[in-house]
Design a protein around this ligand. Structure first.
Ligand code: GCB
Length: 592
């Protein structure tokens, strides 16, 4: 009997659907009040703040009043921004930091207000005027809490505790090859909405169709069925929808549209209005499908000329967050001749996604299920599911996004397969129009110069992706000339990583490690090899720019940076940048 119950419980957690996202869609299209700027911050290495009640923001009322902390006397940290690169002493800091921002606010009538965070790494608790609004886990997904009833007319204080402590049950867990920059790393704002408002919507082409728009709109706060107007003036669309008792309206209609593509990144102004709420978005329409081992964009085969990148700030150290950062990074991606970019290894900030939409860059977006995590822990699965759900919730109207990636380089074992199969199922339920992938790295040594992609996860995916580091972690770059690759599935394959470390300005022979010549030679042999790979549908070599990585310690070369960038973190292009650029030009000229 007990065993039966256990089996039922396990089946329950493996197949339960996560609660819907509470994220407000399209925050850039809303009325907002920015809370960015200088916040007072208390570094709390022993996690005292909770028991000492920092969220109350106390100040001594008399000479004898013992208050053993002071936001007023604490130095500031800039928001958005990671703390590790703002203060020398915090470079290696992993722990809690308490932030305070005082602001005055006068709430307009008939308005609800939410506090919105673009992202904070990793565990965040939010308090307004001494009251807890909520908690959030995950370093790269946006979140919001309603503040309407707690806001005061006049002076308010917001206290936010953020901790970047690594945990074995978190996503990612204890080890990952990037810096776990702590802090409120993206924009913070108050979002003002009417009492009944458009919480989220999906407006895109129905799967496989080039002239049918299908989707839904979800209202928040509706007590009775409501009317919604959906307009795309340029396409002559003026639809009136009616919500059901849950505030949801689904729709399906035909429209004559110019399709979005890298060559023609056409975005339409889409207007949704219901009662007092009106919201504008810019949305592109395109289809993405797989036919055998080919990826079809708008019904035509496309080869994904891509590059992987971290959300790492160019020129300065730290997390990237601004529009300028996005312009620089995606500008470099374009200069390389790419039509595709892999946002590794976690959801990137919204500026990057919106810019990719405008620039015509196809996007791979990923959650940080990376290397080994606690596969059989239900709380870990719940965290990964919530991160996947909120990544999709923020970006599911971006034409640029064609692939949701579930994981990177995870070990081949049964509990991991169950875990990732559940994530694939969630992703398809949440968004039936995009393709699912995962970066795998397990191959069989079929023969001395033959490798076969045989990870059983391949069965679950629409597109197979492979990280192989021939010429760096195994073999010599020249071994690529003879290597044969096979795949167990007739599905498209993206070589999602290969590469090698080079320090900008270090020169030598092609067999001297860490030189630009070694990296250039490695790329030359790799590019010759990948052209011969069966089912190849695209590439995202590792990586656009050098980035901070704690496990990369070699003094004078790495100094805590992964040096596999084609561009240094100071913006200097290495020789291999030009090798890949030339290769992509050749492909583009050949119509690929
Ligand atoms: C990988 C990982 C990536 C690392 C890279 C490396 O396979 O996916 O996150 O940074 O290799 O440089 O080793």
């Amino acid at each position: 009997m007990k065993r039966c119950l256990l089996v039922l419980l396990l089946a329950g957690w493996a197949y339960a659907t996560p609660a819907p996202s509470t994220l407000i869609a399209n925050v850039p299209g809303r009325t907002t009040v920015s809370l960015n700027g200088a916040w007072r911050a208390i570094v709390d290495p022993f996690d005292n703040g909770k028991s000492a009640g920092f969220f109350r923001n106390e100040k001594p009322r008399s000479k004898g009043d013992r208050v053993e902390y002071s936001f007023d006397a604490s130095p500031v940290l800039n928001v958005p921004g990671d703390w590790n690169t703002q203060r020398e002493q915090l470079m290696f800091y992993e722990g809690p930091v308490w932030y305070r921002r005082e602001f005055s606010f006068h709430k307009p009538a008939n308005t609800r207000v939410f506090v919105y965070f673009g992202g904070a790494n990793y565990q965040t608790s939010v308090y307004l005027n001494g009251e807890k609004l909520g908690e959030h886990e995950g370093g790269f997904t946006a979140f919001n809490f309603e503040a309407t009833s707690v806001l005061r007319d006049g002076e308010n204080f917001l206290i936010v505790e953020v901790s970047n402590v690594r945990r074995a049950d978190a996503v990612p867990a204890l080890k990952f090859d990037w810096w776990g920059y702590g802090g409120i790393t993206r924009d913070v704002m108050l979002v003002e909405v009417p009492t009944v408002f458009v919480q989220d919507y999906s407006v895109q082409l129905a799967r496989g169709s080039q002239n049918e728009i299908a989707g839904w709109v979800q209202l928040n706060g509706a007590q009775s069925p409501q009317k919604i107007a959906l307009e795309i003036p340029e396409a002559g669309v003026h639809e009136t929808l009616a919500t059901d008792g849950t505030g949801r309206a689904s729709f399906h209609f035909t429209a004559k549209l110019e399709l979005w593509s890298p060559a023609h990144p056409k975005l339409y102004d889409v207007i949704l209005s219901s009662g007092a709420d009106t919201i504008h978005d810019q949305i592109g329409f395109r289809t993405i499908e797989v036919q055998g081992a080919t990826i079809l964009l708008n019904g035509k085969p496309i080869f994904l000329r891509g590059i992987s990148m971290h959300e790492e700030a160019p020129f300065r150290e730290g997390r990237a967050f601004s529009r300028e950062d996005a312009q620089t990074l995606l500008g470099w991606v374009k200069d390389l001749g790419c039509n595709f970019v892999r946002f590794a290894h976690y959801p990137h900030n919204e500026n990057e996604l919106r810019l990719a939409d405008r620039m015509g860059l196809l996007v791979w977006s990923e959650i940080p299920v990376y290397w080994d995590i606690d596969w059989s822990n239900p709380a870990t699965l719940a965290s990964a599911e919530a991160q996947l759900r909120d990544m999709i919730a923020r970006d599911h109207n971006r034409a640029a996004v064609i692939l949701w990636s579930l994981s990177n380089e995870t070990p081949v074992r049964p509990d991991r397969l169950t875990f990732l199969t559940k994530l694939a199922q969630d992703a398809r339920e949440l968004d039936s129009t995009r393709l699912i992938t995962s970066a795998m790295n397990h191959v069989d040594d079929t023969a001395p110069a033959v490798r076969t992609l045989s990870d059983p996860l391949g069965e679950v995916l629409d597109v197979l992706s492979l990280n192989e580091y021939l010429g760096w972690y195994w073999g010599r770059p020249e071994d690529a000339d003879k290597m044969q690759w096979k795949s167990m599935w007739n599905k498209p394959l993206i070589v999602s990583e290969f590469g090698g470390g080079a320090q900008y300005g270090r020169h030598g022979d092609a067999d001297e490690i860490w030189t630009e010549e070694y990296q250039e030679n490695l790329f030359q042999h790799q590019l010759g090899m990948v052209e011969r790979m069966p089912n190849l549908a695209g590439l995202t070599p590792w990586v656009l720019m050098d980035f901070r990585a704690p496990a990369r310690m070699l003094p004078g070369v790495q100094d805590y940076h992964n040096r596999k960038g084609l561009i240094s973190n100071r913006g200097q292009r290495k020789l291999a940048f030009y090798t890949l650029q030339k290769f992509y030009k050749k492909l583009a000229d050949a119509g690929k």
